[in-house]
Design a protein around this ligand. Structure first.
Ligand SMILES: Cc1cc2nc3c(=O)[nH]c(=O)nc-3n(C[C@H](O)[C@H](O)[C@H](O)COP(=O)(O)OP(=O)(O)OC[C@H]3O[C@@H](n4cnc5c(N)ncnc54)[C@H](O)[C@@H]3O)c2cc1C
Length: 325
């Protein structure tokens, strides 16, 4: 029987040509919603899960050669994918592996869950990563956004890390290369993919470390909506030297403008935290986007401050807000 060719979303290439270029593991028209904590969003034209630096490097080189736009995802806990999906290649970083190097360094693949790294460090009697207890998502995603909580940030405990650059070159770089700042890193502008990292920790009392991890997880579970579809805090806090801890809490401003009573379609604000937009079950990414826009407008009208987003958009959004397209 004659085989019917599925039309490729990139009309320049046939399905066979794309498969030949990227290899047999490439998937087509893959629904991204299950790969995001929001559970929303449309399909990506091409999808590939990459498990090594070499594989990522090859994929990046091929995408560049064919001029196919690509984006990276890890755990999908800090992204909002357009309902119309992404007209390019999504590379899911699935580099695994954790190992102790010497007495106080842990090497970890970017595709490992940050929670597993925190537990591995605790089991190894190494202190320094407890602050990250309960932060969901991958180690690579945490490095990209310099994830943090309780006064700690992941960038501060990195010794060195391995990246693949936009030309597909693999390099080991020192922590300083990351230019880590509050929820920010050089990766947001240089487009490098994190493959793995070494964390510089300190020997400590195993029981104390484990207790700290457990206490932080318990506190976070009481304060944050872990049982809902969300991406954590939608907006960054605002740096302000005069404010407590040097930042104006976006959640506090949102609380004051009545955010908790607001909703658009299936998107609403968590009753536990005014800076967390949740998918109550039927939300589209458009609902979430529109609610975020309303929040920005309200805060601007009251405080004259424009909230900046922590959540990263993938694909096209009607209002044309900053996103990877
Ligand atoms: C309930 C809840 C609580 C949260 N609490 C916190 C908190 O306390 N502190 C905090 O900082 N965050 C918090 N978050 C947000 C989220 O957990 C972090 O931002 C997390 O580090 C994102 O990792 P990820 O793997 O899911 O990234 P993804 O959502 O997959 O991607 C986010 C960004 O990182 C990039 N990226 C992912 N992997 C790589 C890689 N290997 N190389 C280069 N770029 C990459 C992506 O391109 C994208 O731009 C919370 C989220 C939820 C749902």
């Amino acid at each position: 029987m004659e085989q019917t060719q599925q039309p490729s979303l990139d009309s320049r290439f046939s399905r066979d040509e794309i498969t030949a270029a990227f290899g047999p593991n490439l998937e087509f028209d893959k629904n991204l919603a299950p790969y995001t904590s929001y559970g929303t969003g449309g399909p990506t034209a091409y999808f590939l899960s990459a498990t090594s630096a070499e594989e990522i490097a090859e994929v990046v080189k091929t995408a560049k050669k064919l001029a196919i736009p690509f984006v990276i995802i890890g755990g999908g806990t800090n992204i909002l994918v357009s309902d119309s999906g992404f007209k390019g290649l999504v590379i899911k970083v699935d580099v695994k592996g954790m190992a102790s190097l010497g007495s106080d360094v842990i090497e970890c693949g970017a595709g490992e869950q940050l929670e597993d790294l925190v537990n591995y460090a605790a089991e190894s009697g190494l202190t320094g990563l407890e602050f990250a207890a309960g932060i969901v998502g991958s180690v690579g995603g945490a490095i990209y956004g310099n994830a943090g909580a309780y006064g700690g940030e992941i960038g501060a405990v990195i010794k060195q890390f391995v990246v693949v650059d936009g030309d597909g070159i693999i390099a080991t770089v020192p922590a300083s290369h990351g230019k880590f700042a509050y929820r920010d890193s050089a990766l947001k502008t240089n487009g490098e993919v994190v493959v793995k990292a070494e964390f510089q920790l300190r020997p400590g009392d195993k029981a104390e470390i484990k207790k700290k991890v457990d206490d932080i997880v318990t506190t976070r579970k009481a304060k944050l909506p872990y049982d809902c579809h969300s991406a954590g805090c939608f907006f960054k806090n605002i740096p302000d030297p005069a404010a407590e801890h040097g930042k104006l809490a976006a959640g506090k401003m949102l609380e004051e403008v009545g955010a908790k009573a607001m909703s658009v379609g299936g998107a609403a604000i968590s009753d536990k935290h005014a800076n967390i937009i949740v998918n109550t079950g039927s939300a589209t990414s458009k609902d979430i986007r529109e609610l975020a826009d309303k929040l920005i407008e309200r805060v601007y009208a009251r405080f004259g401050i424009r909230l900046e987003e922590e959540v990263v958009q993938i694909g096209e959004f009607p209002k044309g807000r900053k996103s990877i397209e």
